[in-house]
Design a protein around this ligand. Structure first.
Ligand SMILES: [Zn+2]
Length: 361
């Protein structure tokens, strides 16, 4: 096995170079984003395919849905691309692999969770022909979460805790993180139209995933749950035997947002909805592979500061560098143990999916 010294990167541009180098010799394409990055570098959603064009089983491994979380997911992808044993396993099983690097390259480069439109990509896949879902809890908490001045006052924090006290902590988490469509500069905002990332991802799915009979998807995330533990969160609709299929492909440790077994709330507008629109011919199942980093309060604090700064629109002020470093730390733990855990568990999830999909035929 060719193991690179460190598949993880310190900047988006470095992550992209490592991905493109690791993907050398695969079927590779790049979809440039119209905007430039923090250091004026080119931004792109890069796609590497391994396996036959007409493979009847396709496993997608994607990173950077939430920009800054790409530090985690990109490293896992690069390690997998260098993993000859894993690639051989997929080849022998007849499962094609599709690595989608940096679903949200702008957020990755700027160290933010949102897209250049200010949108949480994993809340953006709703049906925009209908009124967006309401979130009265967020409406009530918006001013305390992102107050006029930073840092938030004791009174702001008390308001948030009091809301949790009367509605329960799961309801508080759902109100904050479940997705909202009324506060464009707020947290977990789903937007009012499809983002560039959504449109580009749909194009990639149409091109690569509209012929397979079986479609598996591992979407790599970070920032929620126990440090270094990759939670396998069911990422599909509860219909057409998808839960059964997901358990067959990824095992019984899979968690669900609709029964309280997951650390994540039930969300609006997940990106995997696109699999149903663009790949209706395929039996689909997917997981969000979510790696814990820091305690939830610390992650939320970094996110609030990041959004507060973005709303001020003064990118060069003295807070910016500090906030970017805090965001990186909130979504990526730069220790050998944590990075090794990410590599090992991502590989295990991919290997298990390859076996599971091969046995399903
Ligand atoms: Zn995420």
């Amino acid at each position: 096995m060719r193991t690179p010294p460190d598949p993880f990167a310190h900047k988006y541009a470095e992550a992209r170079v490592k991905f493109l180098a690791a993907a050398h010799g695969t079927q590779l394409e790049s979809h440039p984003e119209p905007l430039r990055g923090l250091e004026l570098e080119t931004l792109a959603m890069d796609v590497a395919r391994i396996g036959a064009d007409d493979a009847d089983a396709l496993l997608i491994v994607s990173s950077g849905c939430h920009g800054v979380e790409g530090y985690c997911g990109s490293g896992a992808q690069v390690a997998m691309l260098h993993d000859d044993a894993l690639r051989d396993k997929a080849r022998l099983a007849g499962v094609a692999l599709l690595f989608v690097h940096a679903l949200n390259p702008w957020g990755f480069s700027f160290g933010r969770r949102v897209t250049h439109e200010g949108v949480d990509l994993n809340r953006n896949f709703i049906d925009f022909r209908r009124p967006p879902p309401g979130n009265p809890g967020y409406d009530q908490l918006a001013a305390a979460l992102l107050p006029e001045d930073w840092p938030p006052t004791l009174n702001d924090e008390r308001q948030i805790m009091a809301w949790g006290g009367s509605h329960g902590m799961p309801a508080l988490q759902a109100a904050i993180s479940g997705g909202q469509y009324r506060h464009p500069d707020g947290l977990f905002y789903g937007g009012l139209s499809p983002t560039w990332s959504q449109q580009t991802l749909r194009m990639v799915l149409r091109q690569h995933a509209s012929r397979c009979r079986l479609l598996g998807w591992i979407d790599l995330h970070s920032g929620l749950g126990e440090s270094g533990v990759g939670e396998r969160i069911f990422a599909a609709r509860d219909e057409d035997g998808a839960k059964h299929r997901a358990k067959a492909w990824w095992g019984n440790r899979i968690t669900f947002t609709d029964d309280g077994s997951s650390t994540s709330s039930d969300l609006h507008g997940n990106l995997w909805h696109a699999a149903y629109d663009e790949c209706p011919q395929a039996a689909y199942a997917g997981i969000t592979l979510e790696f814990g980093t820091q305690p939830a309060e610390a992650v939320l604090r970094a996110l609030r500061h990041d959004h507060w700064l973005a709303r001020r629109r003064q990118p060069n002020d003295e807070h910016a560098e500090f906030a970017r470093a805090a965001m990186r730390q909130a979504f990526f733990t730069d220790t050998p143990d944590w990075k090794q855990a990410v590599i090992a568990q991502s590989r295990a999830a991919a290997a298990q999916a390859i076996d599971g999909m091969a046995a399903w035929r």
